[in-house]
Each structure stands twice: as C-alpha cells, then as structure tokens.
Design a protein around this ligand. Sequence first.
Ligand code: SF4
Ligand code: MG
Length: 316
Amino acid sequence: GNPILEVRDLQKHFHLGGGKTLKAVDKLNISIARGETFGLVGESGCGKSTAGRTIIRLYEATGGEVLFNGENVHKLRGNKLQEFRRHMQMVFQDPYASLNPRMTVGNIIAEGLDIHGLADGKQRKQRVSELLNAVGLNEEHASRFPHEFSGGQRQRIGIARALAIEPQFIIADEPISALDVSVQAQVVNLFKKLQKERGLTYLFIAHDLAMVKHISDRIGVMYLGKLVEVTTSEELYANPLHPYTQSLLSAIPIPDPEVERTRERIILEGEIPSPLNPPSGCPFRTRCPKAMPECAASMPEFKEVQPGHFTACHLY
Ligand code: SF4
Ligand code: MG
C-alpha cells in the first residue's frame, strides 16, 4: 500500500548570525509504511530530534516536503492542519519536564480531548480511565500530580496523553533514554503492545542502536544531519555497511563473554565535527577508519547498494 509518511529531501537549516547556517537536517528521505516502526538513530546533535520536530511541524521546514497520507504537511492550514495534529502525536524524551507539574494526571491526559472538543463530562472521565489502564496505570491515578510518579510511570502518562486523541502515527523522541535501564524494556514493550492493539505507526528516535533493536522494523542511521544508512533491523545488525554504523554496533556489549572477549571494538577517533563547519566530501571522513583520498573530494551519494539496503559511502 501507500506509505503513511513520506519525507522527501527534508531540510531544516537554521540561519544564525554572521552568515552562518546550521544544516541540522539536510536532504532527509524516509518512507514509512502503515503499522511499521522506523528507528532513527545517531549521536546527540546529529539532527534526529530536529528531524522529528520538523516532520510533526513543530518546526517549519526550510526545504523538501513531508507527505502524511499523501498530503503535504507543511502546506496545511486551518481545519486541515487541526486534523493533521490529531493524527500525529509526539512522546518526548524527558518525562520530568514534559508534564505540567500543576496539572492533575487526568487533565494532562485529557488535554488533547479538550483542545479538539472530543469528549466531556462522563465520557471524558471514562476515556481517561481507559487510557490509564492501557498504559498500565489505573483510574485512581487521574487525580494525582506528576511528582507523585516515577520516571517510568511519568513516561506512561506521556504515552497516554499522546494516545488520547487516537492518532495514527507517533513520533517518540528518545522516550526511554532518561529512564533507568530496568524500566526501559518495560516501556519498549508497552509501545509494542499499543502498536499491536491500535495499529499505530512509529518513528522511534534513539541515540544508540541497542535501544531500537527490539522495536524497529527498519532503522535509519544519521550523522551530521544526513542519513548514512537505512535497512531492515535484522540486516543492519547482520550486515552493517557504513563504517559509522559498524562503529555504533561494535560499541554494544554482547552478553556472551566468549564473543565479547574476542571481537574487535571500533573506537572512533576525535569528536563529531561541528555541524556549523562540516568537513568537505563525506561528513564522516574525519573519524572514519576506512577513509580514502576520494572521501575528502566528494560527498558520497545515498543509494541502494543491496536490495532494500541504502548507504552513503564511497566503499560501495
Ligand atoms: Fe568512510 Fe569514505 Fe565511506 Fe565516508 S565515504 S564513510 S570517509 S569510507
Ligand atoms: Mg534529541
């Protein structure tokens, strides 16, 4: 079928003083099928959150387009924009900062219902109870305040809030990064359960590959505002092509001590260059263990090098 989301050459440049331009997101192309989970991964500052915020139109794009159910999101106005806002919701990274401390949990969850005039009175109350149950909390929690909850519980409240208006698509921006390791898997499992029950589509943003492995159907790896590799989750783990992806994977500890002892770690030299002053040619070349002279001369094209497996690297 048609993809639910198509991102074409999306660009978000910030024009700073002194003629400087921050190319936070540069020519991003992503297509997501209905019911799919697409993981978007990269180190902090790579532009993944900006990409998410531009897709949901918290930021205006400076180039390219975002098609949601075939409609260009950045051209929507009035009622059409309102309708789009109902269908795409966001779950934020920091469950401590993203919930208003002065609102009860019930009012936080019902905010979308109130804004869109979708339920009131008894119906509203019932809807809040249902949502609390759906995320593993209960109706007694509705009258309490965010500070009474743990990080994991707060993120469940953030998820219930996102679900309230029955969106088709959720952008989860590092939803588990701020949580204790012990609760991360529970929250990932909750996302999976809700997807199954509600036919949701996810763009799941994370800073390391270990976190997205179990939830993503396909994964895109970003570096300095650009996608460097996209393929299915299994393929990415079994056959990473881009040297950056290879280094990210080699940083994930393997539970088997025998394998862990004998395998090679790829340690990247140096820091990520400033996105204000990216290297010429391949943006990864200043840290790439496989860099060749041509990597400085020209930017590798992002292309399909094996069926369904895309990368931007002169090695292929
Ligand atoms: Fe490394 Fe060159 Fe490939 Fe860039 S194009 S990832 S520098 S080998
Ligand atoms: Mg971020």
